[in-house]
Design a protein around this ligand. Structure first.
Ligand code: ATP
Ligand code: MG
Length: 283
């Protein structure tokens, strides 16, 4: 299953979410690949690299072959295709290639070495973002519950989905989009914005969008875990405060809601997954 994290707004939490989701799935025993499809290679250095491949995203997109692009992280079962396009040439390349936007989807088709592929994208509209979105079976979009981010979700992200709908004729249907209230604080305003999002009908896109019940709180654990280059579910296993759940609990809740077919344990020492068959294309 290919999961792409996307938003037309920058700084909403895409990279942090992708890294932590991937870290949890890998820790549960799923063979997991992350692809850094952002020109700013934040995800590429999120976890330490144990063995670096000769190539990365540029080769994957331009040749359509994934060979020699997969690096290994120090986390068991977690590999990565790093972003290696500092001059931003890929956008132009994709734009001028007739099948440019579906290159990643094609390269990942039939890749059976992984249970999950997670793609992080740039927080701005462009060919590279389209490439990541069109590769996905499902999309997840973090939405900080403040009015400007919620409006951008309702306007920009949904407009992007509608613009890409015709790509289904090229064999690239746009996946179901899950909105995730992200970096939620405990203000009344945040709660109001989250409630408004849940009630919204999203115009023509209704039915293609679900706002998840899980919310990711704004806590320092996510920043600390990023600094320690560790998945947040390992960094914050429990928490004294009753008001905010520990990051481990939150991330488990998210995976169980987003990927009900996946088996990740809820016990203190999460058992390895039994690796049930993940049905391709099924949210
Ligand atoms: N749950 C959280 N609570 C508090 N801070 C968080 C949380 N998740 C992420 N952050 C912080 O929010 C900031 C933005 O996160 P991140 O880099 O993941 O966003 P992004 O959408 O990938 O940004 P960009 O569009 O620039 O790629 C970072 O400083 C990160 O540490
Ligand atoms: Mg990012």
């Amino acid at each position: 299953m290919i999961i792409t994290t996307c938003s037309t707004k920058g700084g909403v939490g895409k990279t942090t979410l992708t890294a932590n989701l991937a870290g949890l799935l890998a820790d549960a025993g799923y063979r997991t690949l992350v692809i850094d499809a952002d020109i700013q290679p934040t995800l590429s250095s999120y976890y330490p690299i144990e063995s670096r491949a000769a190539h990365g995203l540029y080769q994957l997109v331009t040749t359509g072959a994934i060979d020699d692009t997969i690096s290994q992280t120090t986390i068991d079962s977690l590999d990565i295709v790093i972003s290696d396009d500092p001059d931003g040439n890929l956008d132009n390349w994709i734009l001028h290639s007739p099948d440019g936007r579906i290159r990643m989807r094609r390269a990942l088709t039939g890749l059976d070495a992984y249970d999950f592929v997670l793609v992080d994208t740039q927080g701005a509209i462009g060919p590279l973002q389209d490439l990541g979105v069109l590769a996905a079976d499902i999309l997840i979009s973090p939405i900080p519950p403040e009015i400007l981010s919620a409006r951008e979700f309702a306007r920009g992200t949904l407009a992007m989905l509608e613009r890409l709908q015709p790509m289904q004729h090229m064999g690239a249907p746009v996946g179901h989009l899950y909105g995730l209230c992200y970096r939620m604080d405990r203000t009344v305003d945040a709660r109001n914005v989250a409630d408004t999002l849940r009630r919204a009908t999203f115009g023509d896109s209704r039915g293609a969008i679900t706002i998840l019940d899980t919310v990711i709180p704004a806590t320092v654990a996510y920043r600390e875990a990023a600094t320690a280059r560790t998945p947040v579910h390992q960094w914050e296993r429990r928490r004294d405060s009753q008001a905010t759940p520990a990051a481990r609990e939150t991330m488990l809740q998210l995976v169980n809601e987003l990927l009900p077919h996946a088996e990740v344990g809820c016990e203190a020492d999460m058992p390895r997954a039994t690796r049930p068959a993940i049905r391709h294309g099924q949210p």
